[in-house]
Design a protein. Sequence first.
Length: 163
Amino acid sequence: MKIIADGMLGKITRWLRLAGEDVININDYPISPEEEDEVLLNIAEEQSRILITRDVNLYRRAVKKDIESILLEETDDIAKQLLKISESVDGDVEIDLNNSRCPVCNGKLKAKGKSFVSGKVPKNVLEKNDKFWRCEDCGKIYWQGSHWKKMAETLEKYEDLRG
């Protein structure tokens, strides 16, 4: 699934990237706020991307142009946003680090061994973790750290909402 998100959806952008979805966020582009809506619509149309937005007027403009769009205006809850997106596209959102994208730049993540990350991550991180992933574009290194528990709780809530 290819998605483009408006600037108000940075958090869900990162979650969808972790789920392996190819997500562009308008904040990735150095443009003025006045240009954002037109750029969002043009990219969505030219690249056949689903537009996700919190802006009702932008959503209506996209629908008029026959651009597949999802309006996420009612909640900041990530689990509920994931549910709305998965229901809208008839698909599941699953986070699997073997298929994830970089939450920062949207590059693909590639599994790396301890020897590769040695000297690039804190020593205690190296000692406590066996699995690491590196972004092929920006070089950022990821592991299942303490934040993973909170992510797992959010995903469990999403699964419960799905039924």
